[in-house]
Design a protein around this ligand. Structure first.
Ligand SMILES: [Ca+2]
Ligand SMILES: [Ca+2]
Ligand SMILES: [Ca+2]
Length: 119
């Protein structure tokens, strides 16, 4: 018991007041989602991805690991169509597949061919 009390006296007040950052990544507990892994710091923002195309909506959550149904990036032009996302390949399906506002009729009417080849 006396030995334990003596050991506690060796801990400086500054050490006790300092935030815990065991992995030295500059993010202290409790914000650091894994204080034993310097490659993981504050939990990232995740974006709701309803169609599973890896692009999410503006609805977000923060978590250390990617929650199911969330994507690492926002910007889905149509979160109800897994074939429509930024940079996607335009197809003759009445959907704006590449997110550039061209290609989706939005009315159910026949697709229209544009000068740039998109439908
Ligand atoms: Ca960490
Ligand atoms: Ca999506
Ligand atoms: Ca989509």
């Amino acid at each position: 018991m006396l030995l334990l009390l003596a050991a506690c006296a060796l801990i400086a007040d500054a050490d006790l007041a300092a935030p815990m950052d065991l992995d030295g990544d500059g993010v202290a507990r409790p914000i650091d989602c894994d204080d034993n892994d310097a490659s993981r710091g504050a939990p990232p923002t995740w974006y709701v991805d309803g169609d599973g195309d890896s692009f999410g909506t503006d609805t977000t959550a923060t978590a250390g690991d990617q929650p199911e149904g969330y994507a690492a990036q926002p910007g889905d032009c149509d979160d109800g169509a897994g074939t429509a996302f930024p940079g996607g390949i335009e197809a003759c399906d009445g959907v704006d597949n590449d997110g550039n506002v061209y290609g989706g009729s939005g009315t159910g009417a026949a697709d229209v061919t544009l000068g740039n080849g998109e439908i």
